[in-house]
Design a protein around this ligand. Structure first.
Ligand SMILES: O=c1ccn([C@@H]2O[C@H](COP(=O)(O)OP(=O)(O)O[C@H]3O[C@H](CO)[C@@H](O)[C@H](O)[C@H]3O)[C@@H](O)[C@H]2O)c(=O)[nH]1
Ligand SMILES: [Mg+2]
Length: 222
């Protein structure tokens, strides 16, 4: 995962995944505008393996995170680029600065499928567990990136065990996905949640707290 080479950055002029827009409006008499991105909604799934009493999560290289870290070290990295040219990154930072811990998740880009069906596909593709839609519990939905995208993410909970493991996971190589499945033991989960040395999404922190409030008290004592 961490063998990232030939890094180059350029302005994004058209994309399958996001489109920038500007909304202008008058609010209480004041003219305003706001720039935002049109992007896909998404689903994410908190997975708990009851056989091993651990959370099943994914770790992957995130270019946007990587470039934020790069800009901290090289503040000029996004400057002076014309529309076509690639700027090669000399002496790039190690790829690990762009690797984050996340819940299993996926974008909602298949019109015929329900959120639950997309969630089950992601659990299988990314983590290798076969889960049916009836086994998913909807936790809630929320807006991710209210300033930038406004898109909605729906969060589900799924309990799995070792018998439901197909041996797969790791994402879809044909889509260029390279995902490492990681297990966080229940007993270490809250320490992990607040340990800033493990870069992670807010979904991880929120869902671990949800689990401790809603599921942990009902777990059979081992
Ligand atoms: O610029 C891009 C964007 C996406 N992809 C492809 O699209 C896939 C997207 O993967 P998927 O697992 O469906 O989506 P995630 O990247 O996991 O979903 C993210 O995307 C959501 C919407 O942006 C976020 O809100 C979620 O938190 C986040 O997990 C990738 O693997 C790639 O194949 C690209 O190749 N280039
Ligand atoms: Mg994903």
């Amino acid at each position: 995962m961490e063998a990232i080479e030939e890094l180059a950055v350029q302005p994004c002029t058209s994309s399958l995944y996001l489109r920038p827009f500007r909304l202008s409006y008058r609010q209480n008499g004041t003219k305003k505008f706001w720039d935002f991105m049109r992007t896909h909604d998404s689903v994410s799934i908190l997975i708990f393996n009851t056989s091993r009493q651990c959370f099943v999560m994914v770790k992957q290289f995130r270019p946007a995170v990587y470039m934020c870290e790069t800009e901290r070290h090289h503040p000029q990295v996004f400057e002076s680029q014309d529309k076509e040219s690639f700027t090669s990154l000399e002496n790039p930072l190690p790829a690990v600065v762009g690797v984050t811990y996340e819940l299993c998740a996926g974008i909602v880009d298949k019109p015929g499928l329900s959120l639950e069906e997309i969630a089950c596909e992601e659990v299988l593709e990314e983590c290798g567990y076969r889960v049916s839609t009836a086994e998913l519990r909807r936790i809630t939905s929320y807006r991710s990136g209210v300033g930038l995208t406004g898109s909605r993410q729906t969060l589900f909970y799924a309990e799995v065990n070792d018998q439901m493991r197909t041996g797969g996971g790791g994402g879809q190589p044909e889509e260029g996905e390279l995902i490492e499945v990681v297990e966080i033991p229940l007993g270490e989960s809250m320490k992990f949640a607040y340990d800033e040395t493990f870069p992670k999404t807010m979904g991880v922190i929120f869902s671990f707290m949800w689990f401790h409030n809603n599921i942990a008290p009902k777990l059979p004592k081992k």
